[in-house]
Design a protein around this ligand. Structure first.
Ligand code: G1P
Length: 285
C-alpha cells in the first residue's frame, strides 16, 4: 500500500536550542515541551501519519536524546504498568512506535533551517518529502490535517508546496513571506514569484507568511548546497525555495485550520488553553 503513496517521508528539523523557553529547555529538547500531556513533536508525527507518512526523519543535535527515547519502547515502564489502569496512557505512543520508523542524524553546527534540511538529505534520498517544524502546532478538529491538504495539492502540481497564512503586516519580520498569483481560480493556491525571509514590514512583498509545513522536491538539496548564508547569517530554506520559485516550481497553499506558534510563550499558552478546552469537551481531561 505504502509504495503507492507519493510522499512517504517526513523530516523534522529539531536541532535548535529553544532559547525562548530557557531554563526549561536547558536539559530538555524544546520539541519535547508538552501541550497538555503530549510533546510538540508527537503532534507533528501524528500529523505526518494522518497524511499517509510512516518514515520519520529527525535532524537532531546535542542534548536531544529524549526525542529518540520517546519514540522507542521503555521496557521498564511497560513492565511497571502492565495490567494496570495506567496502560491506557501509553496507547497512542505505542501505536506510533508500531506503525512508523524513526531515523536520526545530527546537525553539528547551527547554520539555519536550510542547513538542517540539507543535513537530512542522508535520511531522505532522492524523493519528494514533507517537512514539519514541530513548534508550529496545527489542529483541524477531525478534518484533514494541514499536511494532508498539502499532499493533495502536491498530487496536482508536483512541485514544492509551502503552507501560508495571512498575518498582520507588522509581523512580517517573524516569517518567510511570499508573493504570487492565484492559479486555477482557487484563492487558496498561489504560484510563488517572490519569497523573502523575515522582511521588515515596509519591504514585505505581501502579508502571506510561511508556516512550518513544507513539501519539498529532491532538487532542493542541490540548491541548498549552493545557497549562501542569508538573514541572520544562516542558510535559509526560503532563499533556496526562491531559486525554485523562479522556475515556477513553488506553490503556496493557504491551508484550512488553526495554527499555534508554540515557539513563543504567547502561542504556547494559547495552544494549551485551546487543547485543554477541546479535550475537556471530549471528556478526556
Ligand atoms: C522558520 C522559517 C520561516 C518560516 C517559519 C515558520 O523561521 O525560516 O521562513 O516562516 O519558520 O514558523 P523560524 O520560526 O525558525 O525563525
Amino acid at each position: 500500500m505504502n509504495s503507492l503513496k507519493s510522499i512517504k517521508k517526513c523530516l523534522f528539523p529539531a536541532a535548535g536550542y529553544g532559547t525562548r523557553f530557557l531554563p526549561a529547555t536547558k536539559a530538555m529538547p524544546k520539541e519535547m515541551l508538552p501541550i497538555l500531556t503530549k510533546p510538540l513533536i508527537q503532534y507533528g508525527v501524528e500529523e505526518a501519519m494522518s497524511a499517509g507518512m510512516s518514515t520519520m526523519a529527525i535532524v537532531t543535535g546535542r542534548g536531544k536524546r529524549a526525542i529518540e527515547d520517546h519514540f522507542d519502547i521503555s521496557y521498564e515502564l511497560e513492565h511497571q504498568i502492565k495490567g494496570t489502569s495506567k496502560e491506557y496512557y501509553l496507547a497512542d505512543i505505542r501505536k506510533i512506535i508500531t506503525k512508523c520508523t524513526f531515523s536520526y542524524t545530527r546537525q553539528t553546527q547551527m547554520k539555519g533551517l536550510g542547513h538542517a534540511i540539507l543535513t537530512g538529505e542522508t535520511l531522505i534520498g532522492n524523493e519528494p518529502f514533507a517537512v514539519i517544524l514541530a513548534d508550529d502546532l496545527c489542529d483541524n478538529n477531525g478534518l484533514d490535517s494541514v499536511l494532508k491538504q498539502m499532499v493533495e495539492v502536491y498530487e496536482k502540481y508536483k512541485c514544492a508546496i509551502v503552507a501560508i497564512e495571512e498575518i498582520p503586516k507588522e509581523e512580517t519580520n517573524k516569517y518567510g513571506v511570499v508573493a504570487g498569483k492565484i492559479v486555477d481560480g482557487d484563492d487558496r493556491i498561489y504560484r510563488v514569484s517572490d519569497m523573502v525571509e523575515k522582511p521588515d514590514p515596509k519591504d514585505a512583498p505581501s502579508n502571506l507568511a510561511i508556516i512550518g509545513r513544507y513539501i519539498l522536491i529532491p532538487e532542493i538539496f542541490d540548491v541548498l548546497e549552493n545557497t549562501q548564508p542569508g538573514k541572520g547569517g544562516e542558510i535559509q530554506i526560503t532563499d533556496a525555495l526562491l531559486s525554485l520559485a523562479k522556475e515556477g516550481k513553488v506553490i503556496a497553499y493557504k491551508f484550512e485550520g488553526k495554527r499555534f506558534d508554540c515557539g513563543s510563550i504567547d502561542g504556547f499558552i494559547k495552544a494549551t488553553n485551546y487543547f485543554y478546552e477541546k479535550e475537556k469537551k471530549a471528556g478526556n481531561v
